[in-house]
Every structure is written in structure tokens, then in C-alpha cells.
Design a protein around this ligand. Sequence first.
Ligand code: CA
Length: 227
Amino acid sequence: MAEGHILIVEDEEKIASLLKDYLEKSGYRASMLDRGDGVVSFVKNKAPDLILLDIMLPGMDGMEVCREIRKFSRVPIIMITAKVEEIDRLLGLELGADDYVCKPFSPREVVARVKAVLRRINPSTEESIISAGPFVLNEETHQATVDGRELKLTPSEFKLLKVMMSHQNRVFSRNDLVNLVQGYEFEGYDRTIDTHIKNLRKKIAAMLPENEIITSIYGEGYKFSVD
Ligand code: CA
């Protein structure tokens, strides 16, 4: 069975309930909102695992909601649009959505998209071993190795490395990392992240002195790459 809390933001009650039914049948927990203006506070308080977000909404439209969410969260977002022609335009806007579905859709297709996005965003839900180049992380034992040699990490360093390894070459801002690693209640403590990153880089450099694995990108954040 699938796991996760999905937020459905849709003002057409029939569509919202249909999606909720299908998601729940697949094992997800689903919440519904019928307006755009309550979404940001819902996401901050309840931290859903994925959002299905309609574009035409009372209160605040879905595009604006998506932009607002991206200011503080990387939660996967699947946008729902009424027109297939809209999708190209939406892609061009770089809203930061992870996928788009077009009305009318089959609920089954939407559930399949939800599964696919969650798998892509968080491959570790099904795999307890994550690897990239010489790095291997075992999520169950919390062991990390580099070329088979043990890399001793604190729990925060392990989480950071896991998140960055799962999205190689992506630049993570301090805020992204704080949210991903520590959750919203630690918002604002971004210097702690710098310290964790510094220690993590030091430990990696001790094992791989000739490669820069975690790069700091001035004014933007950090990225992991083994290329
Ligand atoms: Ca609508």
C-alpha cells in the first residue's frame, strides 16, 4: 500500500471527493481545501507529502499558491489545469511544480502520477540503499561508506548527505536544507546548516582529498556531485 498525506486543493467538490476516494483506496491519507488562500498555512502546519493544486480557485489562484509555497518548501506539487494548451505556458512560467494534469482526467491516472512523483522525489521510500559514485548510504542502519570505507556521520550530516545525494547536481539553498533536514520549527537557524555542511565537507575531504563533492555556490547554496 502507498503511504503519504496528500492535500487536494480543488473548488469543484465532486472532483475533489472523487480524487480523495481514489487516493484513499490506494492507501494515501487525503485532505481537501476548496480555496487557494488557506493553502500556505495548511502546508506550514500539516506538512503534506504532496499537493494536487487546481489553478482556478477562489481566494488565491493556483499559480500564486505554487509560487508562495516554493518560497519555503520543496513539497511535490502536481498542478491541475482545465486546458491542455495551458500546460506549455505553465511550464514556461517555471512555477516549480513537479507535474501537470489536465481536466478532464481519470482519477486513476492522477493516482499514478502521484505515485510516480513521490517515487521520483523520494526514491528512499522504497529503497533503503542510496548510492552515488563511491558513496553508499544505508537508511536502515544509518551507515555511510565511501569506497567501502566507513564515513562516520552525525544524524544531521547523514540526512543532509542523503537529501543531496538523492538530487545530484541540484543546488539547495540553506532554506531548502533547513526545511528538508530539520523541519519548519527550525526555520531561521540557517547557520546551523552551514556548520553541518562544513563538518560534512571536512569528513568527506579526509577520505577523498582530490575531489570537491559538496560545492558551495556563492549566494545560492550547496550542491552534491560526483561527476
Ligand atoms: Ca477550479
